[in-house]
Design a protein around this ligand. Structure first.
Ligand SMILES: [Zn+2]
Length: 240
């Protein structure tokens, strides 16, 4: 049973009402709960899982992990009893945690757009993967001879200072191709793709939550640029 992912349309939504569609025992005092819709972002695309609470009539649980299995979003919940299938619940995410994750995620994309504007990505260095968690970093296939740390920090923070707008929307692959700075391999062709666009720069395919504009992230620090087995790893951080 598919879950409607409310966080894909509105990254700033903190609460929702939902219906419990399915409940599976997970372990001692823990359950897997599938809802008809959710604001809880499931771990993925380098962004950490949301956490928070679900409450219903005479029932409440603590969401500690969320994952997406082919559109079915599982909320891993600690609770004294299992929720009953069919009950209505209210879900509230831990906003401080989400907002930090969202800013870290957008920061990674700002660095990636800066790498594009500097002419290194996607040709010389091919975007490979990213992690926007405890040790935020983005990884490119390929390496450079020159040291670009200062240049990248300047371009990244120039984008932050410009207060550029981020927008996100769904469109067919054909339309995304026209505005994308690159496309990661293996994108589905049979459904609309979520697009993340940075005003005046370009777009990429993306499934995570994002802030509305670059200045919201604040100053981004390029911690290091490391070379490892033909890869370039850019480590970064943002202010708390
Ligand atoms: Zn992303």
């Amino acid at each position: 049973m598919k879950t409607k992912p409310l966080y894909l349309d509105d990254s700033y939504l903190k609460e929702m009402n939902a219906e419990v569609l399915e409940v599976l025992p997970e372990g001692e005092g823990t359950y897997r709960v599938i809802l008809d819709q959710t604001v809880f972002y499931p771990m993925g695309g380098g962004q950490a899982t949301d956490q928070g609470i679900l409450t219903g009539d005479n029932w409440s649980g603590e969401v500690y992990q969320v994952i997406n299995r082919d559109g079915e979003i599982w909320h891993f919940v600690k609770a004294t009893t299992a929720p009953t299938v069919g009950i209505k619940v209210r879900g509230i995410i831990n906003w401080d945690r989400r907002y930090k994750n969202m800013k870290l995620h957008s920061a990674g994309h700002i660095i990636d757009f800066a790498m594009f504007l500097l002419g290194y990505s996607p040709k010389t260095l091919v975007p490979l993967k990213a992690d926007h968690n405890k040790n935020p970093h983005i990884v490119y296939q390929g390496t450079l001879e020159e040291d670009i740390k200062q240049k990248l920090a300047d371009k990244t923070n120039e984008l932050v200072a410009k207060n550029l707008k981020f927008t996100w929307y769904f469109q067919p692959l054909e339309d995304l191709k026209k505005e994308a700075i690159y496309l990661i391999p293996g994108l589905p062709t049979n459904k609309p793709l979520r697009t993340l666009k940075l005003d005046g720069v370009g777009a990429v395919a993306d499934g995570g939550t994002q802030v509305k504009n670059t200045s919201e992230v604040g100053k981004i620090k390029i911690e290091s640029i490391e070379k490892e087995e033909g890869l370039t790893i850019i480590k970064y951080s943002i202010a708390d």
